[in-house]
Write a protein that binds this ligand. Structure first.
Ligand code: SF4
Length: 317
Protein backbone atom coordinates (compact mmCIF):
# COMPACT_ATOMS: atom_id res chain seq x y z
CA UNK A 1 0.00 0.00 0.00
CA UNK A 2 1.37 3.40 -0.95
CA UNK A 3 0.87 6.19 1.56
CA UNK A 4 0.84 8.75 -1.28
CA UNK A 5 0.69 8.76 -5.08
CA UNK A 6 3.83 8.00 -7.07
CA UNK A 7 4.58 9.90 -10.25
CA UNK A 8 7.10 9.07 -12.96
CA UNK A 9 8.97 12.20 -14.08
CA UNK A 10 11.45 12.96 -16.86
CA UNK A 11 14.60 13.22 -14.74
CA UNK A 12 15.67 16.56 -16.25
CA UNK A 13 12.51 18.16 -14.77
CA UNK A 14 13.67 17.08 -11.33
CA UNK A 15 16.94 18.96 -11.84
CA UNK A 16 19.09 15.97 -12.81
CA UNK A 17 21.80 16.90 -15.31
CA UNK A 18 20.81 14.32 -17.88
CA UNK A 19 20.12 16.47 -20.97
CA UNK A 20 22.31 16.08 -24.06
CA UNK A 21 24.21 19.25 -23.05
CA UNK A 22 24.63 18.14 -19.41
CA UNK A 23 21.91 20.56 -18.34
CA UNK A 24 18.52 20.18 -16.77
CA UNK A 25 15.08 21.79 -17.03
CA UNK A 26 14.16 21.81 -13.35
CA UNK A 27 10.53 22.56 -12.54
CA UNK A 28 10.53 24.20 -9.11
CA UNK A 29 6.78 23.83 -8.48
CA UNK A 30 6.99 20.13 -9.18
CA UNK A 31 9.80 19.64 -6.69
CA UNK A 32 8.89 22.11 -3.94
CA UNK A 33 5.09 21.90 -3.94
CA UNK A 34 3.93 18.68 -5.53
CA UNK A 35 6.91 16.85 -4.07
CA UNK A 36 5.41 17.25 -0.58
CA UNK A 37 2.36 15.17 -1.54
CA UNK A 38 3.68 12.56 -3.96
CA UNK A 39 6.74 10.38 -4.43
CA UNK A 40 8.74 10.67 -7.65
CA UNK A 41 10.16 8.01 -9.92
CA UNK A 42 12.71 9.73 -12.20
CA UNK A 43 13.59 8.27 -15.61
CA UNK A 44 15.64 9.34 -18.60
CA UNK A 45 15.13 7.13 -21.66
CA UNK A 46 18.20 8.52 -23.46
CA UNK A 47 20.51 7.83 -20.51
CA UNK A 48 18.91 4.36 -20.12
CA UNK A 49 19.81 3.74 -23.77
CA UNK A 50 23.45 4.25 -22.82
CA UNK A 51 23.86 7.45 -24.86
CA UNK A 52 25.77 9.12 -22.04
CA UNK A 53 25.91 12.71 -20.81
CA UNK A 54 26.82 14.87 -22.65
CA UNK A 55 25.76 13.28 -25.95
CA UNK A 56 24.97 14.24 -29.49
CA UNK A 57 21.48 15.66 -29.79
CA UNK A 58 18.94 13.28 -31.30
CA UNK A 59 16.03 13.97 -33.64
CA UNK A 60 12.84 12.25 -34.62
CA UNK A 61 12.14 11.42 -38.29
CA UNK A 62 9.26 10.05 -40.35
CA UNK A 63 8.91 8.70 -43.86
CA UNK A 64 6.17 10.05 -46.09
CA UNK A 65 5.09 6.54 -47.16
CA UNK A 66 4.66 5.31 -43.56
CA UNK A 67 3.69 8.12 -41.22
CA UNK A 68 3.04 5.70 -38.35
CA UNK A 69 6.67 4.62 -38.08
CA UNK A 70 8.99 7.05 -36.31
CA UNK A 71 12.79 6.90 -36.31
CA UNK A 72 15.19 8.19 -33.72
CA UNK A 73 18.62 9.22 -35.00
CA UNK A 74 21.54 11.25 -33.78
CA UNK A 75 21.27 14.71 -35.33
CA UNK A 76 24.62 15.02 -37.13
CA UNK A 77 26.19 11.55 -37.36
CA UNK A 78 22.76 10.07 -38.24
CA UNK A 79 23.29 6.93 -36.14
CA UNK A 80 20.10 4.85 -36.20
CA UNK A 81 18.78 4.50 -32.63
CA UNK A 82 15.17 3.33 -33.09
CA UNK A 83 15.65 -0.40 -32.35
CA UNK A 84 17.92 0.32 -29.39
CA UNK A 85 15.30 2.75 -28.06
CA UNK A 86 12.46 0.20 -28.35
CA UNK A 87 14.57 -2.44 -26.60
CA UNK A 88 15.35 0.04 -23.81
CA UNK A 89 11.69 1.03 -23.40
CA UNK A 90 10.76 -2.62 -22.85
CA UNK A 91 13.25 -2.85 -20.00
CA UNK A 92 12.05 0.48 -18.60
CA UNK A 93 8.43 -0.74 -18.70
CA UNK A 94 9.45 -3.82 -16.72
CA UNK A 95 10.91 -1.58 -13.99
CA UNK A 96 7.98 0.82 -14.15
CA UNK A 97 5.44 -1.98 -13.65
CA UNK A 98 7.00 -2.64 -10.24
CA UNK A 99 6.67 1.04 -9.29
CA UNK A 100 2.87 0.99 -9.69
CA UNK A 101 2.78 4.62 -10.84
CA UNK A 102 -0.21 6.96 -10.63
CA UNK A 103 0.85 9.41 -13.33
CA UNK A 104 3.69 10.64 -15.50
CA UNK A 105 5.09 14.14 -16.13
CA UNK A 106 7.11 14.32 -19.34
CA UNK A 107 9.50 16.95 -20.66
CA UNK A 108 7.82 18.92 -23.44
CA UNK A 109 9.01 18.80 -27.06
CA UNK A 110 11.71 16.17 -26.43
CA UNK A 111 12.13 13.60 -29.26
CA UNK A 112 11.99 10.93 -26.54
CA UNK A 113 9.68 12.32 -23.83
CA UNK A 114 7.50 14.93 -25.58
CA UNK A 115 3.78 14.16 -25.47
CA UNK A 116 3.11 16.32 -28.53
CA UNK A 117 4.52 19.22 -30.55
CA UNK A 118 7.79 17.35 -31.11
CA UNK A 119 9.62 18.52 -34.20
CA UNK A 120 9.70 15.50 -36.53
CA UNK A 121 11.57 15.78 -39.82
CA UNK A 122 10.63 14.01 -43.06
CA UNK A 123 13.26 11.55 -44.34
CA UNK A 124 12.32 12.47 -47.88
CA UNK A 125 14.04 15.14 -49.84
CA UNK A 126 11.52 17.83 -49.04
CA UNK A 127 12.64 17.66 -45.37
CA UNK A 128 9.28 18.99 -44.20
CA UNK A 129 8.56 19.11 -40.48
CA UNK A 130 5.54 17.80 -38.55
CA UNK A 131 4.76 18.15 -34.87
CA UNK A 132 4.27 14.65 -33.45
CA UNK A 133 4.81 12.71 -30.22
CA UNK A 134 8.19 11.61 -28.87
CA UNK A 135 9.12 7.94 -29.20
CA UNK A 136 9.12 7.09 -25.49
CA UNK A 137 5.89 9.02 -24.91
CA UNK A 138 4.30 6.99 -27.74
CA UNK A 139 5.42 3.80 -26.02
CA UNK A 140 3.91 4.97 -22.72
CA UNK A 141 0.57 5.87 -24.36
CA UNK A 142 0.42 2.43 -25.97
CA UNK A 143 1.38 0.40 -22.89
CA UNK A 144 -0.23 2.51 -20.15
CA UNK A 145 -3.35 4.01 -21.71
CA UNK A 146 -5.01 4.75 -18.36
CA UNK A 147 -2.02 6.31 -16.66
CA UNK A 148 -2.56 10.09 -16.36
CA UNK A 149 0.07 11.92 -18.41
CA UNK A 150 0.99 15.55 -18.88
CA UNK A 151 3.95 17.38 -20.35
CA UNK A 152 5.89 20.18 -18.72
CA UNK A 153 4.32 22.74 -21.09
CA UNK A 154 0.69 21.82 -20.30
CA UNK A 155 1.66 21.59 -16.65
CA UNK A 156 2.07 25.38 -16.59
CA UNK A 157 -1.59 25.84 -17.49
CA UNK A 158 -3.61 25.91 -14.20
CA UNK A 159 -6.62 24.10 -15.74
CA UNK A 160 -4.54 21.31 -17.27
CA UNK A 161 -2.38 21.03 -14.15
CA UNK A 162 -5.42 20.65 -11.92
CA UNK A 163 -6.93 18.10 -14.31
CA UNK A 164 -3.74 16.01 -14.18
CA UNK A 165 -3.43 16.15 -10.38
CA UNK A 166 -7.10 15.21 -9.98
CA UNK A 167 -6.55 12.13 -12.15
CA UNK A 168 -3.37 11.19 -10.26
CA UNK A 169 -5.14 11.19 -6.88
CA UNK A 170 -8.06 9.22 -8.36
CA UNK A 171 -5.58 6.68 -9.76
CA UNK A 172 -3.86 6.33 -6.40
CA UNK A 173 -7.18 5.91 -4.53
CA UNK A 174 -8.33 3.32 -7.06
CA UNK A 175 -5.08 1.40 -6.59
CA UNK A 176 -5.70 1.27 -2.81
CA UNK A 177 -9.03 -0.58 -3.16
CA UNK A 178 -9.21 -4.17 -2.10
CA UNK A 179 -10.74 -6.57 -4.59
CA UNK A 180 -14.27 -6.32 -3.21
CA UNK A 181 -17.23 -5.04 -5.21
CA UNK A 182 -18.46 -3.17 -2.12
CA UNK A 183 -15.17 -1.20 -2.05
CA UNK A 184 -15.65 -0.29 -5.71
CA UNK A 185 -19.25 0.79 -5.06
CA UNK A 186 -18.06 3.06 -2.25
CA UNK A 187 -15.35 4.50 -4.55
CA UNK A 188 -18.00 5.13 -7.20
CA UNK A 189 -20.27 6.86 -4.72
CA UNK A 190 -17.45 9.12 -3.57
CA UNK A 191 -16.52 10.02 -7.16
CA UNK A 192 -20.12 10.44 -8.34
CA UNK A 193 -20.09 14.23 -8.66
CA UNK A 194 -16.55 14.33 -9.99
CA UNK A 195 -17.64 11.97 -12.76
CA UNK A 196 -20.72 14.10 -13.36
CA UNK A 197 -18.39 17.01 -14.11
CA UNK A 198 -16.41 15.00 -16.61
CA UNK A 199 -18.81 12.69 -18.43
CA UNK A 200 -22.44 12.21 -17.45
CA UNK A 201 -22.98 9.17 -19.74
CA UNK A 202 -19.94 7.49 -18.20
CA UNK A 203 -21.30 8.18 -14.71
CA UNK A 204 -24.45 6.17 -15.53
CA UNK A 205 -22.49 3.39 -17.26
CA UNK A 206 -20.03 3.11 -14.34
CA UNK A 207 -22.91 2.94 -11.86
CA UNK A 208 -24.31 0.01 -13.85
CA UNK A 209 -20.91 -1.72 -13.96
CA UNK A 210 -20.27 -1.54 -10.22
CA UNK A 211 -23.87 -2.50 -9.36
CA UNK A 212 -22.87 -5.81 -10.98
CA UNK A 213 -26.38 -7.21 -11.52
CA UNK A 214 -24.81 -9.79 -13.87
CA UNK A 215 -22.73 -11.22 -11.00
CA UNK A 216 -19.47 -11.00 -12.89
CA UNK A 217 -16.20 -11.77 -11.11
CA UNK A 218 -14.58 -8.87 -9.19
CA UNK A 219 -11.58 -9.01 -11.59
CA UNK A 220 -13.82 -8.47 -14.61
CA UNK A 221 -15.82 -5.70 -12.94
CA UNK A 222 -12.71 -3.86 -11.69
CA UNK A 223 -11.03 -4.07 -15.09
CA UNK A 224 -14.13 -2.84 -16.94
CA UNK A 225 -14.68 -0.07 -14.38
CA UNK A 226 -11.04 1.08 -14.47
CA UNK A 227 -11.10 1.24 -18.23
CA UNK A 228 -14.18 3.44 -18.39
CA UNK A 229 -13.47 5.48 -15.26
CA UNK A 230 -10.05 6.74 -16.39
CA UNK A 231 -11.33 7.24 -19.89
CA UNK A 232 -14.05 9.51 -18.48
CA UNK A 233 -11.61 11.31 -16.18
CA UNK A 234 -9.24 12.01 -19.06
CA UNK A 235 -11.84 14.37 -20.56
CA UNK A 236 -11.69 17.93 -19.22
CA UNK A 237 -14.74 18.96 -17.19
CA UNK A 238 -16.86 21.25 -19.37
CA UNK A 239 -18.43 24.46 -18.06
CA UNK A 240 -21.94 23.08 -18.70
CA UNK A 241 -21.21 19.86 -16.82
CA UNK A 242 -19.73 21.86 -13.95
CA UNK A 243 -22.78 24.09 -13.79
CA UNK A 244 -25.08 21.07 -13.86
CA UNK A 245 -23.09 19.43 -11.05
CA UNK A 246 -23.16 22.58 -8.90
CA UNK A 247 -26.97 22.76 -9.26
CA UNK A 248 -27.21 19.08 -8.29
CA UNK A 249 -25.17 19.77 -5.15
CA UNK A 250 -27.28 22.82 -4.39
CA UNK A 251 -30.33 20.53 -4.45
CA UNK A 252 -29.12 18.93 -1.18
CA UNK A 253 -29.36 22.19 0.76
CA UNK A 254 -31.88 24.33 -1.10
CA UNK A 255 -34.70 23.62 1.36
CA UNK A 256 -32.55 24.93 4.20
CA UNK A 257 -31.64 28.15 2.47
CA UNK A 258 -33.27 31.56 2.81
CA UNK A 259 -34.29 33.02 -0.55
CA UNK A 260 -31.45 35.57 -0.58
CA UNK A 261 -28.91 32.79 0.16
CA UNK A 262 -30.36 30.71 -2.68
CA UNK A 263 -30.19 33.67 -5.03
CA UNK A 264 -26.61 34.36 -4.03
CA UNK A 265 -25.53 30.79 -4.87
CA UNK A 266 -27.40 30.87 -8.19
CA UNK A 267 -25.75 34.20 -9.05
CA UNK A 268 -22.32 32.73 -8.29
CA UNK A 269 -23.00 29.65 -10.45
CA UNK A 270 -24.23 31.81 -13.34
CA UNK A 271 -21.23 34.13 -12.94
CA UNK A 272 -18.95 31.11 -13.17
CA UNK A 273 -20.76 30.17 -16.39
CA UNK A 274 -20.05 33.64 -17.76
CA UNK A 275 -16.37 33.34 -16.85
CA UNK A 276 -16.43 35.98 -14.11
CA UNK A 277 -14.72 33.64 -11.60
CA UNK A 278 -13.69 30.00 -11.27
CA UNK A 279 -16.02 27.14 -10.30
CA UNK A 280 -14.27 27.13 -6.90
CA UNK A 281 -16.25 30.23 -5.82
CA UNK A 282 -19.78 28.69 -5.86
CA UNK A 283 -18.33 25.34 -4.80
CA UNK A 284 -16.72 26.79 -1.67
CA UNK A 285 -19.98 28.44 -0.63
CA UNK A 286 -21.96 25.26 -1.27
CA UNK A 287 -19.49 23.36 0.84
CA UNK A 288 -20.06 25.79 3.68
CA UNK A 289 -23.83 25.11 3.61
CA UNK A 290 -23.33 21.36 3.25
CA UNK A 291 -21.21 21.34 6.40
CA UNK A 292 -23.55 23.71 8.19
CA UNK A 293 -26.63 21.58 7.47
CA UNK A 294 -24.70 18.30 7.91
CA UNK A 295 -25.63 16.63 4.63
CA UNK A 296 -24.44 13.13 5.55
CA UNK A 297 -24.75 11.72 2.04
CA UNK A 298 -22.09 14.09 0.74
CA UNK A 299 -19.68 13.45 3.58
CA UNK A 300 -16.39 12.04 2.22
CA UNK A 301 -17.23 12.78 -1.42
CA UNK A 302 -14.03 13.41 -3.37
CA UNK A 303 -15.82 16.14 -5.32
CA UNK A 304 -14.92 18.50 -2.47
CA UNK A 305 -11.41 17.14 -1.86
CA UNK A 306 -10.05 15.68 -5.11
CA UNK A 307 -6.46 16.48 -3.98
CA UNK A 308 -4.82 18.29 -1.03
CA UNK A 309 -5.99 21.91 -1.09
CA UNK A 310 -2.53 22.98 0.12
CA UNK A 311 -1.32 22.39 -3.46
CA UNK A 312 -2.97 25.75 -4.28
CA UNK A 313 -3.72 24.60 -7.79
CA UNK A 314 -5.68 27.71 -8.70
CA UNK A 315 -2.73 29.97 -8.16
CA UNK A 316 -0.86 31.10 -11.30
CA UNK A 317 2.68 29.78 -11.46
S1 SF4 B 1 13.65 14.96 -21.97
FE1 SF4 B 1 13.63 12.81 -21.44
S2 SF4 B 1 15.31 11.95 -22.60
FE2 SF4 B 1 15.61 14.15 -22.61
S3 SF4 B 1 16.94 14.54 -20.87
FE3 SF4 B 1 14.87 14.78 -20.13
S4 SF4 B 1 14.38 12.77 -19.32
FE4 SF4 B 1 16.15 12.50 -20.63
Amino acid sequence: MKSKPKIGVSACLLGENVRYNRGHTQDKWLIRELGQYVDFYPFCPEVEMGLGVPREEIHLYYKDEDKEQLYLRSKFSRVELTDKAQETYQKMNGKMDKENLDGVVLMKKSPSCGLGNVKTVSEDENGSVKLLQGLYATNLEKNYPHLPKVDSGRFKNPTLREHFIKQVFAHWRFSQLDNKISALQDFHKRYKYTLMEHDQDALRELGRICANHENRSPEEVFSDYKDKFFNAMSTLASVNNRVNTLYHIMGYVKNNLASDEKKHIIDLIEEFKEGIHTYMVPLRLLRFFIEKYKVDYLENHYYFTPYPKELKLHKDL
